[in-house]
Design a protein around this ligand. Sequence first.
Ligand code: HAM
Length: 425
Amino acid sequence: MTSLKIPKGTFDVLPYGEREAWQQVSLWQWVEKIARETAEDFSFLEIRTPIYEKIELFDRGVGETSDIVTKEMFGFEDKAGRKMCLRPEGTSSVMRSFLENHLLQERQVHKFFYIGPMFRYERPQSGRYRQHHQFGVEYIGESSPESDAETILFLHEFYMRIGLKNIRVELNSVGDLQSRKAYKTALLKYLTPHFHSLSTDSQERFEKNPLRILDSKDPEDKEIVEKAPSILDHLSESSRKHFERVCDLLKSFNIPFVVNDKIVRGLDYYQKTVFEFLIDGSKTIGAGGRYDGLSSLFNGPDLPAVGFATGLERVIQLLLEQQESFQAPKKSLLYIVPMIEEAKKIAMDLASISRKTHTSTHIDWSFKKMQNSIQKAEKMGASSMIILGEDEVKKRSFQLKDLKKREQKEHPMAAFENCLLGMEK
Ligand code: HAM
């Protein structure tokens, strides 16, 4: 056994072997397939951006005072001394790519999705990793409250297709810049007499980004914040109308949600609608919101945008918590056993026919004993076996063994394609 170990806060996804159930690759592939299908059904197109970017992108996008930038960046210098980092999230990268590649000229609305790893130097704990994976979408160029509701509906639909239960949506508005300015004044006024009772983290945020105090996990902060003024009472007319319309639409879509005026989110680019998806007693599985100001922060035009991202680890783990024996659909395997030298060419010919029909096919090149081949086939998850012995070669036939039913029958070679049609796929 090697002494080389995987870095802290990361994990392997394996096709088989001893590992936790959520690390099975078949589950990941299945969830990713549903993500892609749902994205296509909502007419979103895939975008792929690099795993590392200039650190400045996230300083500006996510915000210099956010936890992600101050505490969790996987930063490094390249050989030329340029400051880089592994991407902690996808929204800033997508917006950078969108502007840099002049995609704006191509059409009026832009709907992107991505699936890939993100990196945050967090304290590893259950459901929190240093490399995690997000399925995210970014809907750029549309400012309507309908597009916010449709984005929330999209994420809800994805969870429904996966089969997750007891999902709760929490919704808030952090308003436009004007609303936030008014709210900041009210919040600071309320917090000032409590300043010395706040946690050190929150005291630091008091100056730099007081809204984030609402998000504090510290019990004493939470108690203070409980009675703080609500941002919803400080929304500008247009932000308030926008929020009310989103709520009405979600009701009409029958999406269960609650308004939680303490949601501010850990990334600074949000404006107006913000939301989180939770499953009772668990961490947030997905989140997002509107970020109309991000394009201009990157020196682009003033562009509205909304999006979400969901952590795939959490989705898969919760699915298994809710349905312990859940199995992702697996492709069955055809196992071909040439028992003598002369049968090997025939095995290859049969395999090339079955592979053309997308049947996963394995040839056992080192036949010793039939019992041994059956054991190997079962370990690999094969459902059917083709046996080519001396008799079969002579008669131009093959034996088809159903490994589940333990039945075996001889067929003429010409019947191979028909047999494939009848096999469990
Ligand atoms: P976020 O809330 O920072 O938002 O992350 C989205 C989701 O990624 C979380 O809800 C959680 O499921 C998962 N996640 C985050 N950090 C970790 C971690 N350390 N380990 C496991 N899972 C994690 C964003 O990243 C925004 N870019 C979302 C967005 C897209 N907003 C608009 N467009």
